[in-house]
Ligand binder design. Structure first.
Ligand code: ZN
Length: 299
């Protein structure tokens, strides 16, 4: 009990520290000065140099955003990074979160809440308690304004400790994933009927913690580049997986299900023709996320 009171205090302290952090830019640093790896623009993006009027500026911003969505895996000059000091703490936190996943299992982890994650870490020595610094960093990441590093989607879950009620979800056999009863489940079942048995669920309901783990793993791959990570994955609190959306794939297609390759499958071709199917992240989305032909909009 005393722990949860303490932690809530810490959360508050963390939220306050975000203000300090953003003012002093200790949380993020732009790597403008550092070498960029292969920033490439296609075609004539660099060939026009008139002084832009307002409309033109807007067009440039849209074009810039679309370039980033297209070349989501490259580094751009205005990308924002974790500071070195935070990077070390972040890696410790990620490792600890992965240990939680190992202890409670992949499927259970999809629904785990922040409070439960803390309880598990306190109970199981093989996980180990989260340090104050790790909790402060998680808090900071959750409450930081993602727009500042180029993610323009909505924050659909505003509470770090929000819980998914297991009763509202159903585990989809053979997938290790859950769907919310209601629109999500109805849509998935209809899709299976209309597309065929090779259509599988590759990711369903994700708690804030699950999204946090995925985002941190992406941040690890991107060497602390928050902008780059957020072009592939919504930051925690910003994922519609938390409130209904889900991902589909083709049986046996493995990791390719999460690449543009998925759009070459018969399953994709069939599903995109269905009137009731909408993709969350289209090729020309203004949210700042790569094209995701596998992500079905439910909400
Ligand atoms: Zn998705």
């Amino acid at each position: 009990m005393s722990f949860s009171i303490k932690r809530r205090k810490l959360i508050k302290a963390g939220a306050a520290s975000v203000l300090v952090a953003s003012a002093a830019t200790v949380f993020l640093e732009s790597k403008n000065a550092k070498k960029l790896n292969n920033v490439k623009f296609d075609g004539n993006a660099n060939t026009t140099t008139p002084i832009p009027d307002k409309t033109f500026e807007h067009e440039l911003a849209v074009k810039d955003n679309l370039q980033k969505v297209k070349f989501f895996n490259q580094t751009f000059s205005d990308d924002l990074f974790l500071t070195k000091e935070k990077y070390t703490i972040f890696q410790q936190a990620l490792k600890r979160i992965l240990r939680v996943q190992k202890v409670i299992g992949y499927a259970n982890f999809n629904l785990v809440s922040f409070d439960d994650m803390i309880l598990y870490s306190n109970r199981f020595p093989q996980i180990g308690r989260f340090t104050k610094e790790e909790l402060a960093l998680i808090d900071e990441l959750f409450f930081y304004d993602a727009n500042k590093y180029g993610f323009y989607g909505s924050k659909v879950i505003k509470d770090l400790t929000s819980k998914v009620s297991k009763k509202e979800t159903v585990k989809i056999a053979g997938s290790g994933h859950y769907l919310f009863y209601g629109d999500a489940l109805t849509k998935f079942n209809q899709l299976k009927k209309d597309v065929g048995p090779d259509l599988i669920l590759t990711s369903g309901v994700r708690s804030v913690v699950k999204q946090l783990q995925l985002f941190l793993a992406k941040l690890d791959e991107s060497k602390g580049n928050l902008s780059l990570a957020s072009r592939s994955l919504a930051p925690p609190g910003h994922s519609y997986h938390g409130i209904g959306d889900f991902d589909v794939g083709k049986k046996g297609f493995g990791k390719l299900n999460f690449t543009a390759e998925f759009s070459s499958t018969d399953e994709y071709k069939k599903l995109i023709e269905l009137k009731y199917v909408d993709l969350r992240y289209t090729k020309d989305n203004q949210v700042g996320v790569r094209y995701e032909p596998w992500h079905i909009k439910v909400v």
